[in-house]
Design a protein around this ligand. Structure first.
Ligand code: RIB
Length: 291
């Protein structure tokens, strides 16, 4: 099974703040760093660090060469990353003392996928291969349709959840990986058990992983529902924790592990990631997760 991640590439501008900036407020920051990011890039790096062979498809501007080089160095196959005339996507990220973040996104090159490019990339993949998507590039609904027609397995992380998700045919998704906020936006429910029930009521064939931060998560796969815990750690930056989880989890599934085993490893990897600053730079290697 080949794994294709069609996803975003961002330059993350991270500001350490005392509290998230309020309307009309000007606040001096306690720190500033520039990191590689984007949910797509982060998840490709998580897959690669977990030990999977992954192809990343997407676009970056000329200012994003270093991000593509970084993915390559991490072991990601970047032959399907094209250069856009637009600038690379970017994120302004505030991180407060508890490690929580608030993110402002600019699509840039992530908003320039065209149908011809999608079909050119998908031509390299076959029935049974895995397509991973997030909601940070344009044409996600079209990618779901095209991959479904080819018989690919689709894993979708509907993040960030916005009105665009409504255009995606989720009945064609085999693995849905989401957090409580995204779950609430999709179902209107707040309570994790209710979110899961609603999703399964609407999409009975779907496998769902609902992550709950420090409380672990709940999963429904192949007729079984189970919960998993997260190791207790002191979080300093939660940015990219969900991406770490997604990459590690899908690597486990692609290797034929049970969802339970894959979730346990992924929760460990995400717990390590939150103890470090940045998104993709905080993703642990498999050897660190296995100790
Ligand atoms: O999930 C974390 C990511 O969200 C960051 O790297 C940022 O680029 C935003 O896309």
């Amino acid at each position: 099974m080949k794994i294709l991640n069609f996803g975003s590439i961002n330059i993350d501008k991270v500001y350490q703040v005392d509290h998230f900036v309020m309307p009309g407020e000007t606040q001096s920051c306690q720190g500033f760093q520039v990191f590689p990011g984007g949910k797509g890039l982060n998840q490709s790096i998580a897959l690669a660090r977990a030990g999977a062979k992954v192809w990343h498809a997407g676009k970056a501007g000329r200012d994003g060469d270093w991000l593509v080089r970084l993915m390559k160095e991490a072991g990601v196959d970047t032959r399907f990353v094209a250069v856009s005339e637009q600038e690379t996507g970017s994120a302004v990220i505030q991180v407060d003392p508890s490690g929580q973040n608030g993110i402002l996104l600019h699509d840039g090159a992530n908003g320039t996928m065209e149908e011809a490019f999608i079909h050119e990339v998908l031509a390299f993949f076959d029935k049974g291969d895995l397509l991973l998507l997030q909601n940070e590039i344009n044409k996600v609904p079209e990618m779901i349709e095209a991959a479904w027609e080819k018989g690919m397995t689709i894993a979708f992380n509907p993040s960030p959840a916005n009105e665009g998700i409504g255009k995606c045919d989720l009945s064609k998704v085999t693995w849905l990986l989401l957090n409580e906020t995204e779950g609430e936006q999709l179902t209107g429910e707040k309570e994790p058990g209710e979110i899961l029930s609603q999703l399964l009521f609407q999409y009975p064939r779907m496998n769902v992983v609902l992550t709950l931060g420090e409380d672990g998560g709940i999963c429904y796969s192949e007729g079984r529902k189970f919960s998993f815990s997260a190791p207790k750690v002191k979080a300093i930056d939660t940015t990219g924790a969900g991406d770490t989880f997604t990459g590690y989890f899908l690597k486990g599934i692609a290797m034929g592990e049970t969802a339970q085993a894959a979730a346990a490893t992924a929760a460990k990897a995400a717990a390590i990631a939150v103890t470090r600053e940045g998104a993709s730079v905080s993703i642990p290697f498999y050897s660190e997760v296995q100790v």
